[in-house]
Design a protein around this ligand. Sequence first.
Ligand SMILES: Cc1ncc(COP(=O)(O)O)c(C=O)c1O
Length: 450
Amino acid sequence: MSAEETKSGAMGSEEMIALCKQHTMYTWTRGDAVDPIPVARAEGVYLYTPEGDRLIDFNSQLMCVNIGHSHPKVLAAMKQQLDRQLLYVYPGTATEPRARLARTLAEIVPNPINTFFFTLGGAEANENAIKAARLFTGRQKILSRYRSYHGATHACMQLTGDPRRWHNEPGPWGFVRVMDPVPYDYSFGATDEEQTRNHLAYLEDLIKMEGPDTIAAMFVEAVTGTNGVLPPPRGWLKGLRVLLRKYGILLICDEVMAGFGRTGKWFAFEHGEIVPDIVTMAKGLTSSYAPLGAMGVSDEIAAHFKKHVFWGGLTYNAHPFSCAAGEAAIRVLQEEKLVERAAQLEPVVLEHMARLKAKHRSVKTYRSIGLFGVLELQKNTAGETLAPFNGSHPAIAEMAKFLRENGLFTFIRWFNVMCNPPLCITEEQLAEGFDIIDRGLEITDAAFEG
Ligand SMILES: Cc1ncc(COP(=O)(O)O)c(C=O)c1O
């Protein structure tokens, strides 16, 4: 359909795709391999093409549109900010959106985290957390885990464990990556207790080898996101907190993906009954209605930076438009009890997943923590994953195509099929999404080798 044929006279799909491919670069891909979904608008849990075709959003885009698309209250708050004629002032000013959002965050982030530094997104939040940890402790090294993603800037790529780092090496020095308590094929033990105990013992040795006085902080995703929705073994976060404190190492929780209700709690670290020294956030902070990230620091770290310079800055720090969107998006999470809703829908999702596992031999396992869910695919009864680590499989590509052609958007990475819908999704809409996945799994079942 051409531009003239769309109702509003806006650009049609073909023209939109052609121009985007001709004049823009896409992320994490060869330009020739891109096959973008043309999207004209999005509302609730649905995306619409210019021609009006509808897709259910089963991944909240990049696990970020937590309240759902185009919520009228957030749109109204953003319009109001435009009407107030305050869209940009430099970071040294005080503005009402900045004041209000910071106060709201101080209310929802557990004590003693009450002070925030605003950025444009998750990577910038992590970059500034690296700086804050180094400046505060006077130490240099940063620990992180292999099965993690922390952003695409140069330093964050070195923090990141997953293979997206490989092509961005070498990077800045001072980053030491460690195995996860459940690394991949290697095992620290069969039970949560063994994994926690053995992994923390390994980590303590590693800290001694690296030199505790050289380590400023360790970054963790309290529930790991793009590397496969991986919660840590029971007791691990608490043990980690104690271990790091013993050596004066700060704990930084990257809540960019898991925060703002995704796991059924405001922040994923709350499942581990700990509070880190620094928390980083983005995505769900505005439900991605406007670009915004933040680093939250403990009162002790905040007091340090009252007396010492924080050597960091951004032109768009505390951008009024984004801050206004952030406050409104958080109000929606609160008023509509969407965090609680994510927890309530967890058993509904697990029931769908259990049904799919019972029916489809290519489903290896599944999990969902709140509305943070994944189905893992296998190719044989030995449980070998259908695609290898960092690999692909033709049946998975075919299944992804099927899902899209049948009206479902989600993220499929390696052998993981993500199930992370907006937290406002209804039970009927969940059933609609899982029905499409159910049909798609027939394709991967056909690739099962027995
Ligand atoms: C856990 C985590 N940290 C950091 C980032 C980077 O955020 P951004 O893409 O906003 O820079 C992401 C993005 O997916 C993420 O999942």
